[in-house]
Design a protein around this ligand. Structure first.
Ligand SMILES: Nc1ncnc2c1ncn2[C@@H]1O[C@H](COP(=O)(O)OP(=O)(O)O)[C@@H](O)[C@H]1O
Ligand SMILES: [Mg+2]
Length: 249
């Protein structure tokens, strides 16, 4: 009998997607705890990004289930999945370049789309406090009034993480967040991720194994849409199968 442990924030079971008969993700099952950073690694084309696409509703599963806090996500629309508490960062930052850091965070604050809710003093104070809190966390508190276009590549990535954090998602998914970052920025990003896990779960797709070892509670290695290995960064690094298909190259 198949039983789902309801303590997990995310339970993915038997997840499959085929694109014209090609299974990019094939009978995949994995479970993510609260306060956990799960890192997904694997060669190009392994299906990593597709897994995130399936969880956030951008791609529809052919089979299987995705339970987030015991709610089935596979039938929900993308924006309802966001409302349920799932935030996702894509590989290229989608920030508003002509707006300031402050304004980018402000427009990301969930207002419930209500004309009534948006216009009270209390609400404004709450928003401003939250923007300052997030800006400090993402190392941009001295740049609040800078135009976003003028930020470095790494700072833009942090801003986008901030724009997700301000929505307080319980599951945050990041696709290669440190690609193109300097060593120093990677270090800061690792600190940032370790700070934001309290009360939420984070899934990160990443290639840099040094960064992976710094942040991962657990690593899932994907290969051809299936799990090749799973465990601590230390353990999967020494797994001959992982070395053979991924780390040895
Ligand atoms: N929408 C799609 N239609 C057809 N094939 C796709 C689609 N999305 C991904 N794929 C294919 O699925 C495989 C996995 O892709 P992807 O998830 O992007 O891999 P990764 O992120 O691990 O590099 C690749 O072979 C890719 O070409
Ligand atoms: Mg990818």
């Amino acid at each position: 009998m198949m039983t789902t442990n309801t303590d997990f924030v995310l339970a993915v079971e038997g997840l499959t997607v085929s694109f014209d008969g090609f299974k990019a993700v094939s009978d995949l099952s994995f479970y993510v705890d609260e306060n956990e950073i799960r890192v997904i690694i694997g060669p190009n084309g392994a299906g990593k990004t597709t897994v995130l696409d399936l969880i956030c509703g951008r791609t529809r599963a052919t089979e299987g289930s995705i339970k987030f806090k015991n709610r089935e996500l596979t039938k929900l629309k993308e924006h309802d999945i966001v409302k349920a508490g799932v935030g996702r960062k894509f590989q290229n930052p989608s920030i508003y370049g002509d707006l300031t850091v402050f304004e980018n965070l402000e427009i990301s604050f969930p207002r419930g789309r209500s004309v009534w809710g948006a216009l009270t003093f209390n609400r404004d104070a709450e928003v401003i406090n939250k923007i300052h809190e997030i800006a400090e966390m993402i190392f941009l508190k001295d740049l609040l009034h800078h135009q976003a276009d003028l930020l470095s590549h790494g700072q833009k990535q942090w801003l986008e993480i901030g724009m997700l954090l301000i929505q307080d998602p319980q599951l945050l998914m990041l696709d290669e967040p440190v690609a193109g970052m300097s060593v120093g920025e990677r270090q800061q990003t690792a600190e940032l991720l370790r700070k934001i896990t309290k009360g939420r779960s984070v899934i990160v797709i990443e290639h840099d194994m040094q960064f992976v070892a710094q942040i991962a509670d657990k690593v899932t290695v994907l290969h051809q849409g299936k799990i090749l290995a799973e465990g601590s960064a230390e353990k999967v690094k020494q797994d001959p199968k992982v070395i053979d298909v991924y780390l040895g190259h």
